[in-house]
Design a protein around this ligand. Structure first.
Ligand SMILES: [Zn+2]
Length: 315
């Protein structure tokens, strides 16, 4: 059931959007509709039943949900000035990813790239408030793979977040996104590398509405989840692949944290621009990059300018 729906969604998206670039075709079905995530992942209870599991990506290509249509506001909140917390799951010892991706998130907020999200707002009561391009790194914790093993179910990923909060390894923060980052020896059993590279959702944890997501190490499947697999700007194929997916999930969580904010049909902002990079430059090792953050180069996907401004790297 799930696979057949995904197959349909991917094929339909390719046909309707006309974005079946050689790169996309090469990546094949691994991205499930050209997006590295599952959008409204695992959120059946909170959405229109016509949206199975509330998953935007699965329904890509259905009538009224074209990738390039304007993105629409659905009256829910966005996040204003949120924090990002990392949970490093598995064995990251000796991996430069922890440095590369910490630098990345520490410099994402306030950047010209992230400024695109200031085209998004929410309306609470009669007050309309635009996003302010503030995003703060709140810190990280580590979870051994001995906790839940090396193949995580969706519910176990939520448990990883719940455990970190319950143990006070990380604070409980409803204005934040918690990202579970898994090492290359770990997979996510609902489809990492075959159906998505990452996803975000929200759930009730310790009695509060917590926004969280998953991003797996692209080293596990660089042909599916890394933009470039021969070399990369920071000499770490997996981490450099993850940077783009992390950007995708954070910008979606900011603008659609409870899955009732900004999207059109099946597409959140990150989905609409997944695997498009705009103008690329060549790094000293021959790899490609399109942004410099905190002194390091990254190749990250573009983001959608609301409501109909298209994909870009800055306003
Ligand atoms: Zn997405």
């Amino acid at each position: 059931m799930k696979l057949s729906v995904l197959s349909f969604a991917c094929a339909a998206a390719l046909a309707i959007s006309g974005l079946a670039s050689a790169e996309t075709v090469t990546r094949g079905m691994a991205e499930a509709g050209m997006s590295p995530d599952r959008g409204n992942h695992g959120d059946a209870a909170n959405k229109d039943p016509n949206e199975l599991n509330g998953d935007h990506v699965k329904y890509a290509g259905r009538p009224g949900s074209r990738q390039n249509d304007p993105i629409a506001y659905h009256n829910g909140p966005i996040l204003h000035g949120p924090k990002v917390y990392y949970i490093w799951y598995g064995n990251w010892t000796g991996n430069t990813a922890t440095t590369i991706l910490t630098n990345f998130v520490q410099n994402l907020g306030g950047s010209a790239y992230f400024n695109i999200n200031t085209t998004y707002y929410d309306i609470v009561g009669s007050t309309k408030t635009f996003y302010n391009n503030i995003l703060t790194y709140g810190g990280s914790t580590n979870t051994s793979s001995s906790t839940y093993g090396t193949s995580l179910s969706d519910s176990q990923i939520q448990s990883v977040v719940s455990d970190a909060i319950a143990s006070a390894s990380l604070p409980k923060d409803t204005n934040a996104v918690y990202l579970v980052l898994t090492s290359a020896d770990v997979t996510a059993s609902s489809g990492f590398c075959t159906q998505y590279c990452g996803w975000h959702t929200h759930g009730t944890i310790s009695g509060s509405d917590i926004k969280y997501g998953f991003v797996g190490n692209a080293d596990r499947c660089p042909s599916s989840c890394a933009a470039q697999s021969a070399s990369s700007p920071n000499n770490n194929i997996g981490a450099d692949g993850m940077a783009s997916v992390i950007a995708h999930e954070i910008e979606e969580t900011v603008t659609d944290p409870d899955l009732n904010g900004w999207y059109n049909g099946n597409w959140e902002n990150g989905d609409k621009c997944a695997w498009t990079f705009g103008t690329e430059s060549t790094a000293s090792n021959g790899s490609k990059y399109n942004v410099t953050l905190g002194g390091s180069q990254y190749l990250i996907q573009q983001n959608w300018i609301a409501p109909a401004g298209g994909c870009a790297m800055h306003l």
